[in-house]
Design a protein around this ligand. Structure first.
Ligand code: TXA
Ligand code: MG
Length: 342
């Protein structure tokens, strides 16, 4: 989707709404965002209330030009500039000490700020029309899967915000990688499309938040948002992990069992396995040969199960090459960490 396909006049109108303190939903390459003026405390408060989100959960500030970074980030390490050069605009969020300019409402009371320059042309045009600094969480109501189409945004926020810019389905489908640049070595707080290996090629050693690696443990994740049950469908979901044959067999068994209890069952499968399940509502997220299709399809499939009114979901596990970490992180969260090893 090109910015000029989405009428520039509408983007300018959206920019005016944000400059006047209002909210607009817009596409990015990761997921749709709910944007407000990042430098306006009242706008941040509106974002929390439109999403029904706890206000101790900080927002990401979106910029459209690298030279604007120093307005919101007080101290910018050399490594961060190297990462920005390499990955911006793109699905990478970096955390810095914040400047006075950024209100505490935007950062959930923290003295650090998360900053990202998205690559979607509509997002870039909107940020610049809005004055340069747009605070935006994912445009879902709190606790629901992040929206990957404008229809998902409408489901959650129609009537609560004045404008939704429709840029079509997103490219990546999972939220940006978050790296804390205010610590040494830099630390990944949320896995995403930009992997640890990619970051390390540019910035040297990068750590991973221990709260992410052992999610079932008592270690508290450092990104406040990562502690909430997130990305969640309404049904109870279990991820079945193991070699393909055993995984399929076990899910078939679990489906039969759930059906005999009178439950409505959904199966989250892949192109390669979807025909292996005799019953249940089978949805393929994407192809294991093309992991980006799985990233893109995941949240939409979870929303579809909500519409179908399923009681339980059995999901295959997707430990893929590059995006596997990010995909499994979201899948496990959606399942409330219910994993079955077979
Ligand atoms: O791809 C994305 O990042 C999307 C699009 C719209 O850009 N945005 C997004 O925002 O996912 P949100 O609010 O749903 O997730 C932001 C995450 C939360 O887990 C929050 O706790 C964390 O970033 N975060 C924000 N500021 C932080 C800070 N200063 N320190 C630690 N974590 C922070
Ligand atoms: Mg979110």
């Amino acid at each position: 989707m090109n910015a000029d396909k989405l009428d520039m006049e509408r983007i300018r109108q959206a920019g005016r709404i944000i400059r006047d303190g209002g909210l607009v939903a817009f596409p990015t390459e990761t997921v749709y965002g709910l944007g407000g003026d990042a430098l306006n405390a009242a706008a941040a408060e509106q974002i929390y209330s439109a999403k029904g989100r706890p206000c101790d959960n900080p927002l990401i500030v979106h910029i459209s030009r690298l030279e604007d970074l120093e307005q919101v980030a007080a101290s910018i390490p050399q490594k961060a500039l190297a990462l920005a050069e390499k990955f911006w605009p793109g699905p990478l969020t970096m955390i810095f000490e914040k400047t006075e300019k950024v209100p505490g409402e935007t950062t959930g009371g923290l003295d650090t700020v998360a900053v990202r320059m998205p690559s979607h042309p509509v997002a870039l045009a909107l940020i610049s029309a809005a004055g340069g600094f747009v605070a935006a969480p994912s445009a879902n109501t709190s606790g629901r899967p992040s929206p990957t189409t404008a229809a998902h945004v409408r489901e959650d926020l129609e009537g609560r915000i004045p404008l939704i810019l429709d840029g079509g389905p997103v490219h990546i489908g999972l939220e940006s990688t978050i790296v804390d640049m205010s610590v040494t070595p830099p630390m990944i707080l949320r896995p995403g499309y930009i992997t640890r290996q990619m970051l390390e090629q540019t910035a040297g050693a990068v750590a991973v938040d221990p709260g992410l690696i052992r999610e079932e443990s008592a270690v508290r994740p450092k990104a406040p948002g990562m502690k909430y049950r997130h990305y969640a469908p309404k049904a109870q979901m279990t991820v079945v992990h193991g070699a393909r044959e055993q995984m399929v067999k076990e899910i078939c068994r679990l489906v039969a069992e759930a059906k005999s209890r009178g439950e409505k069952v959904g199966v989250l499968a892949s192109e390669e396995t979807k025909d292996r399940y005799p019953d249940g509502l089978i949805r393929s997220v994407g192809s294991r040969q093309e992991e980006l299709t799985i990233a893109r399809g995941l949240y939409g499939a979870l929303r579809e199960f909500d519409h179908l009114g399923v009681d339980v979901i059995y999901a295959e596990s997707f430990v893929t090459e590059e995006l596997g970490q990010a995909i499994m992180n979201r899948l496990k969260k959606a399942a409330g960490q219910r994993i079955l090893e077979v």
